[in-house]
Design a protein around this ligand. Structure first.
Ligand SMILES: [Cu+2]
Length: 141
């Protein structure tokens, strides 16, 4: 009987220890994130697209690049703001990832195959002006 109580006590102790370890891990992660943020490079460039669905596809493509911390595409400006770790990736890798999802960037034309598979509402005009200041310019030509 004593043995049973002892092992229960040991299990309880182990449980407490593992909880403590988890708390410690969380603190470590937070510290790492802060120091990583200092080294981030911010970049903005034009990307063509139409709507909210385009936004999620474009941002997902940018975020899939290892080293990208955040990506935010602006539907009105046709422009993406990316924050990335330049030890892990570079601007061209992000342009290429977005182009592979079917979208034109300032430097790389979107994959035609991926473009064809985009929903109809997302098949943007390849002549679209990108990286705009934010003022809506309606050009009919
Ligand atoms: Cu769309």
């Amino acid at each position: 009987m004593k043995k049973v109580i002892l092992s229960v006590a040991v299990i309880a102790l182990l449980g407490l220890t593992s909880c403590k370890n988890e708390t410690k891990k969380e603190t470590d992660t937070t510290t790492k994130e802060i120091s990583r943020e200092v080294a981030m490079t911010d970049l903005s460039f034009g990307v063509r697209g139409n709507c909210g669905m385009c936004k999620s596809t474009i941002e997902k493509a940018a975020n899939s690049v290892d080293g990208v911390a955040s990506a935010n595409w602006d539907v009105d400006k046709k422009k993406i703001d990316v924050s990335y770790d330049d030890d892990k990736t570079d601007a061209m890798a992000i342009h290429k990832a977005i182009a592979a999802s079917g979208y034109d960037t300032e430097k790389v034309s979107g994959s035609k195959e991926a473009y064809k598979n985009l929903p109809g509402c997302c098949q943007y005009d390849h002549e679209m002006v990108m990286n705009q200041s934010g003022e809506v310019k309606e050009d009919d030509d």
